[in-house]
Design a binder for this molecule. Structure first.
Ligand code: FES
Length: 111
């Protein structure tokens, strides 16, 4: 079963992407042309994969582990519903998920 995800760009454009259960949101976003660098490839060491989850979806995601929270503390433009897209694995319950791409990313590995 496919899972449809909508990305909202910095300019407010809505881009929908079709993914499979088990795909990581990071790769789905990259395939859809979103500027998610994902420099550390999911090691929770860069925060360039930061996305802002639509509030109505935030509580439906499994909670962030401490390492993810720590990395989000360092990301740019963090909000209450921020997550690292490399930590979000899609499943059918997330069909319709909507996330916003922040305008700026901080790569902690380049500091
Ligand atoms: Fe680096 Fe997600 S890809 S923290």
């Amino acid at each position: 079963m496919s899972v449809t995800v909508t990305f909202v760009t910095e300019k407010g454009e809505r881009v929908s992407a079709s993914a499979k259960a088990g795909d990581r949101l990071l790769e789905v976003g990259q395939a859809a042309g979103m500027p998610l660098e994902g420099t550390c490839e999911g090691q929770m060491a860069c925060s360039t994969c930061h996305v802002i989850v639509a509030p109505e979806w935030f509580d439906r995601l499994p909670p962030a582990v401490d390492d993810e929270e720590d990395m989000l503390d360092l990301a740019a433009q963090v909000t209450r519903t921020s997550r690292l897209s490399c930590q979000i694995v899609l499943n059918p319950a997330l069909d319709g998920l909507e996330v916003r791409i922040p305008g700026e990313a901080v790569d902690m590995q380049r500091r």
